[in-house]
Design a protein around this ligand. Structure first.
Ligand code: PRX
Length: 634
C-alpha cells in the first residue's frame, strides 16, 4: 500500500519513513552539523567522488577574496566526469538522455553514443580553430545537440556562452559581442506551440550587428528555408560527415579554476552580467546537490523541465545528472501543447521518477484543472521539485495532491545563476512547509540580516546573505571584476558576506521564506529580467523619450511587466503605438520581456537626484498607498 504523508498540522508535511531511510542523506541535521565543523574537509570529501587527472594541493584559497579559488592545483575536466568515464563502465549501455520533440519525435542516447557525439562535435570545433579559452556562443532550442555542443566545448577547454533561444537579435548581439565569440552554434529553428521559431534569422541579424563571428554551425531541426551565408555558415550534418569529425577526441586536462562557461543574467544595469563558472568547483557542487536533494539513484529517470539556456538547465539538465551517470529527460516544446496533458502523458510514457519545474509552469497547468493529470498514471514519480520564484501555497498543494498524489515530497530549491546549484532547499529527510525553501544545504551558511549585518529575529524581513564561500559560486563577472566585487561583496564587505539580492525572513524553526528581489530585477514566469534592459529597449524606439518599467504580481506568471513611457515631443499616444512598442521589445529583447501593459505619461516620479521611484509606480499600479514621498521631486 502506498503510504501517505502524515501532516501533524496543516502547515507541515513529513516524508514517509520509506523515503527517509532510503535517502542518500537520511539525517539532515547530522550531515549539516558535521559539514559545518570543517567545511573544506566536507567539500574535499565530496570532490573525491569525481575524477581528477591530478589531485588538488589546497581545497580553498581565500588569499585574494572575494576572488576565491577552489581545489587549487587540481587538474580535471567536467566532460570527463560527465561522459568519458561512464563510457568506460557498464553505464555505456545506459541511457544518458531521453528526448521528445514537440511534434512527437523521440530520441534516446546512451552514454556510449553520447561520448561519440561529443567527440565528433569537439573535433568539428577544433577544425574551426576553436582552442582552450576561446568563447563559443550557443543559441538553440531544446534539442540534444545543445547539451552535446556544451559538453564538446568543455571537453576541449573552450568556454561556452549559451543564450536562451527566446532572446532576440539585440540581446544575442550584445552577448556575442561581450564574449567576443568567433563561433556560434545554432539550429535552423525550434518548435514551439506548433510553430517554428526562426532561430537562424535571429542569428543572421545578430551577427550583422556584432560582426566578430567568423563561423556558424547550424543543426537542422525544422527544415524550413533559411539563409546560409557562404563561407561562414555550415550545416552540422555536412561537417559531421567529414573525416575530421572523428568519434575519438582527447579530453583537455583543465585547471580546476579554468573557466567552463559564461552565462549572462540580468542585473541592475542594462548591460547583462556574464556570470563565470569554472570546471572544478562547479562539478563538485552541482553533482553533490543533485544527488542529495533529489536523491538520484541509478534507476531514476530525472526530468528537469527547464531550458538549457538558463542556469537550471546548465546545472541540472546537462552537467549534474550526467556526472551522476543518471538518465536525463528533455522535452522541446510547450507544457500545454497540443493539450494540457503533455507533461503528464510523458511522465507516464517514459516512467519518469522525478519532476523538477517552475511554479509558473505549475500554475499554468493548474488552470486547466486536475482532470488532466488524473487521466494518467503518475505512480512512477517519487519526488517533485520547484525553482525560480517563491511557490505560493495554493500551487504547492495542487502539485502535491494532484501530481505527487500526496506521496512525493516537494523540494523547493532556492538558488541563483551565481550560486551554480541549490543553496536553500529541503532534502528528502526534511519536514516541509509549503512556500518555504526550508534550510541551507550542508556546507552552506545563510542568514537574514539587517543593514548593519545583525541577524534578524524570526519573522522580521531582511537581506539574504551567504556567509561562507562554496565550490559552486561564480568566480567573477566576465570582463568586469569590479562589478563582481561591487554587486555581490561590497554591501557586507567588512564581514566578507555574499549579498544574494533577495529579501527573506526566517521563522521560529529556522526555515527561510524568500520574499523577492531587493534590486531592479523582475521575475516573469521565473525568467530574470532587469528593468533597465526593458527600459533601454523602449527608449531605443524613436517615439520614446523616457521609460520606466515595474513588475506587477500576476496569478500565473508571478509577475508581469508594466511600462510607463514619456513620448517625444510631437508624438501622439495611440493603441497602434502601444502595439508597435510591444513588437519592438519582442525584437530588441525577446518575447519574455514584452510588457503586458504600456501607459503613456507626461511625467515619471523621480527623486531629486533623478532616480525613478519605481516603488511609487508600483503602489499606484496595485492601488496601494504610495508611502513616503518626501524624496519625490514634485
Ligand atoms: O529571487 C530569487 C529567485 O530567482 C532568483 C535567481 O534567478 P536566476 O539567477 O534566474 O536563477 C533561477 C534558477 C535558479 C533568486 O535571486 N528564486 C530562485 N529560486 C527560488 C527563488 N525565489 C524563491 N524560491 C525559490 N525556490
Amino acid at each position: 500500500m502506498v503510504q501517505e504523508f502524515a501532516p501533524p498540522t496543516t502547515e507541515w508535511y513529513y516524508p514517509t519513513e520509506e523515503i527517509v531511510t532510503n535517502a542518500h542523506v537520511p539525517d539532515y541535521d547530522a550531515v549539516y552539523n558535521d559539514a559545518m565543523q570543517d567545511v573544506e574537509a566536507f567539500w574535499a570529501q565530496r570532490a573525491q567522488t569525481l575524477h581528477w587527472f591530478q589531485p588538488w594541493e589546497k581545497v580553498l584559497d581565500s588569499s585574494n577574496a572575494p576572488f576565491y579559488k577552489w581545489f587549487v592545483g587540481g587538474k580535471t575536466n567536467i566532460t570527463y566526469n560527465a561522459v568519458d568515464r561512464h563510457a568506460k563502465t557498464w553505464r555505456k549501455n545506459k541511457l544518458a538522455m531521453i528526448w521528445e520533440g514537440e511534434p512527437g519525435d523521440k530520441r534516446t542516447i546512451s552514454y556510449w553514443r553520447l561520448n561519440q557525439e561529443v567527440n565528433r562535435f569537439a573535433n568539428i570545433l577544433k577544425s574551426m580553430g576553436v582552442r582552450r579559452g576561446d568563447r563559443v556562443t550557443i543559441y538553440m532550442g531544446r534539442i540534444p545537440e545543445l547539451p552535446i555542443a556544451m559538453l564538446a566545448c568543455a571537453k576541449i577547454g573552450a568556454i561556452h556562452s549559451v543564450v536562451y533561444g527566446g532572446f532576440s537579435e539585440q540581446s544575442l548581439a550584445d552577448r556575442i559581442e561581450d564574449a567576443q565569440s568567433r563561433v556560434v552554434i545554432t539550429a535552423d529553428g525550434a518548435w514551439l506551440r506548433g510553430k517554428i521559431v526562426n532561430l537562424k534569422a535571429v542569428v543572421n541579424e545578430a551577427i550583422h550587428r556584432s560582426p566578430v563571428v567568423e563561423h556558424v554551425i547550424v543543426v537542422k531541426r525544422t527544415g524550413h528555408d533559411i539563409h546560409m551565408e557562404e563561407g561562414r555558415d555550415y550545416w552540422y550534418h555536412d561537417l559531421a560527415g567529414l573525416p575530421i569529425a572523428s568519434t575519438r577526441c582527447e579530453t583537455e586536462e583543465m585547471d580546476a579554476e579554468d573557466p567552463l562557461f559564461i552565462l549572462y543574467t540580468s542585473g541592475t544595469t542594462g548591460k547583462p552580467k556574464g556570470v563565470l563558472h569554472t570546471h572544478g568547483g562547479y562539478q563538485v557542487y552541482t553533482s553533490t546537490t543533485l544527488e542529495w536533494v533529489f536523491d538520484l539513484k541509478d534507476e531514476d529517470r530525472w526530468w528537469c523541465a527547464a531550458d538549457p539556456g538558463w542556469i537550471t538547465g546548465h546545472s541540472y539538465i546537462v552537467y549534474a545528472p550526467l556526472i551522476l551517470g543518471a538518465t536525463s529527460f528533455m522535452y522541446e516544446g510547450a507544457p500545454d501543447y497540443p493539450y494540457p496533458s503533455r507533461y503528464w502523458k510523458m511522465i507516464e510514457e517514459y516512467g519518469l521518477t522525478v519532476l523538477y519545474t517552475a511554479p509558473t509552469a505549475i500554475r499554468g497547468l493548474m488552470r486547466f484543472g486536475e482532470a488532466w493529470p488524473n487521466r494518467y498514471d503518475l505512480s512512477s514519480l517519487r519526488l517533485l521539485g520547484s525553482v525560480g520564484e517563491p511557490i505560493n501555497p495554493e500551487a504547492w498543494r495542487w502539485y502535491f495532491e494532484h501530481v505527487g498524489k500526496k506521496r512525493c515530497p516537494i523540494m523547493d530549491t532556492w538558488w541563483q545563476t551565481e550560486t551554480g546549484g541549490f543553496m536553500i532547499t529541503p532534502l528528502p529527510s526534511v519536514g516541509l512547509k509549503p512556500g518555504s525553501a526550508t534550510r541551507p544545504f550542508p556546507g552552506i551558511e545563510v542568514d537574514v540580516v539587517d543593514e548593519d549585518g545583525n541577524s534578524c529575529p524570526p519573522g522580521v524581513d531582511g537581506k539574504l546573505v551567504i556567509k561562507k564561500p562554496w565550490p559552486g559560486m561564480l568566480r567573477t563577472v566576465y570582463g568586469d571584476p569590479d562589478r563582481y566585487v561591487k554587486q555581490y561583496w561590497s554591501e557586507y564587505s567588512r564581514q566578507g558576506w555574499y549579498l544574494a539580492g533577495d529579501s527573506a525572513r526566517k521563522d521560529e524553526d529556522g526555515y527561510v521564506w524568500i520574499i523577492g528581489r531587493i534590486d531592479d530585477v523582475i521575475k516573469v514566469s521565473g525568467y530574470r529580467l532587469g528593468t533597465a534592459e526593458v527600459e533601454s529597449g523602449l527608449v531605443s524606439h524613436a517615439a520614446v523619450a523616457e521609460a520606466a518599467v515595474i513588475g506587477v504580481p500576476d496569478e500565473v506568471k508571478g509577475n508581469v511587466i508594466y511600462a510607463y513611457c514619456i513620448l517625444r515631443a510631437g508624438v501622439q499616444a495611440s493603441k497602434e503605438l502601444e502595439d508597435e512598442l510591444k513588437n519592438h521589445i519582442r525584437h530588441e529583447v525577446g518575447p519574455i520581456a514584452v510588457p503586458s501593459h504600456i501607459e503613456f505619461v507626461d511625467k515619471l516620479p523621480k527623486t531629486r537626484s533623478g532616480k525613478i521611484m519605481r516603488r511609487v509606480l508600483k503602489a499606484r499600479a496595485m492601488g496601494l498607498p504610495e508611502g513616503d514621498l518626501s524624496t519625490l521631486e514634485e
